[in-house]
Design a protein around this ligand. Structure first.
Ligand code: NAD
Length: 313
């Protein structure tokens, strides 16, 4: 198996790189530039030598295809993307990177069909609109995103299905919610991680929103991406991902329980993020499970421990 990750220097990609390297494999990252600031937090120098950088823009299909061919990638993990605020501020750019970039990944898989065995891509829980009622939301419901970002992810899921129907390109899309852990330093839902980081530095932090969310430990999310990349699968499906579904008060309480020094340091707003938070991942679990499920307490404690160690370094 030879994995090429688009956007691999991002938060999730850095953890996937760590897990592949821990497993004795090298990894190839296709990204705009060689920004190793997250990888530097996770890997030592010997491990970093096993991360190979290929420069390119994911919306440049020619460049992506050349790179995939040169690397001899058998598995494409597509993580490159612009987040909610950037897509809101510049929807044309958002569509170029998030939609055309995803098409470029599928065009590459199609052109190199004999070489590329699996495409896995990051969709998002933002394909769902706000919760309606109290029922847990499955992944085969009508999608009603409220952001361009979410709409682009829906478009990607539909395009993935068409590549399966027209060309037999098999793919899995995963829909994370709030990924937290070391390396999560950008985007609206990075705030719980920033709160843990602030506590590790002995500083206060105000999370600007409230309500409930689904907190997913980054190590679990990376491992789930790797499982879907390697397990047998035919078709084109997108799946909800589930971690710890909690009100923000419960996150703060878990933080204070895990780290007594956190008492009183973290406050929060009250505005609910407009995405259904109680998502059912039973289809993902029955297809690819058992899935890793780090408890909220353990995930917070591990993240704090890592931030402390980084601070001391
Ligand atoms: N982190 C989360 O909570 C979360 C939740 C849901 C979905 N997702 C999705 O998962 C994926 C990875 O998330 P993340 O948190 O690691 O993101 P991130 O923002 O940390 O990293 C994104 C990476 O994509 C790269 N990139 C951006 N534009 C590019 C381009 N034109 N060509 C090549 N590379 C480009 C960036 O340089 C960066 O390394 C994204 O698609 C995101 O939408 C993340």
């Amino acid at each position: 198996m030879r994995v090429l990750m688009t956007g691999g220097y991002g938060c999730i990609g850095s953890w996937v790189a760590k897990q592949l390297i821990d497993d004795g494999q090298d990894v190839w990252i296709f990204d705009l530039k060689q920004d190793t600031h997250r990888i530097d937090l996770l890997l030592d120098e010997d491990q970093k030598a096993r991360v190979h950088f290929v420069e390119g823009d994911v919306s440049d299909v020619k460049r992506l295809r050349e790179a995939t061919e040169q690397v001899g990638a058998t598995h494409l993990l597509h993580l490159a993307g612009l987040q909610v605020p950037t897509c809101r501020a510049d929807p044309m750019l958002g569509a170029r990177v998030n939609v055309l970039g995803t098409l470029a990944v599928f065009e590459t898989a199609l052109a190199l069909k004999e070489q590329v065995r699996r495409v896995v891509y990051a969709s998002s829980a933002a394909v769902h609109g706000p919760s309606e009622g109290t029922n847990r939301v499955g992944d085969q419901v009508r999608l009603s995103p409220l952001t361009h970002y979410g709409a682009f992810k829906v478009c990607n899921e539909q395009n993935a299905r068409v590549y399966w129907l027209d060309h037999g390109i098999s793919s899995v899309g995963l829909r994370p919610w709030t990924v937290y852990g070391v390396g999560r330093d950008f985007g609206v839902t990075s705030e719980p991680t920033r709160a843990i980081q602030a506590v590790a530095a002995g500083e206060p932090y105000h999370i600007s929103y409230g309500g409930s969310q689904d907190l997913q430990y980054v190590g679990d999310v990376a491992a789930t991406f790797l499982k879907t990349l390697t397990a047998p699968f035919d078709g084109a499906e997108a799946f909800n991902v589930r971690g710890s579904v909690v009100p923000i008060e419960r996150f703060v309480a878990a933080l204070e329980d895990a780290i007594p020094a956190a008492r009183g340091l973290v406050t929060h707003g009250d505005k609910q993020l407009p995405i259904a938070f109680d998502l059912d991942d039973s289809r993902l679990d029955s297809q690819f499970g058992p899935l890793p499920r780090t408890t909220l307490e353990a995930g917070i404690a591990e993240t704090y421990r890592r931030f402390k160690a980084i601070g001391e370094r």
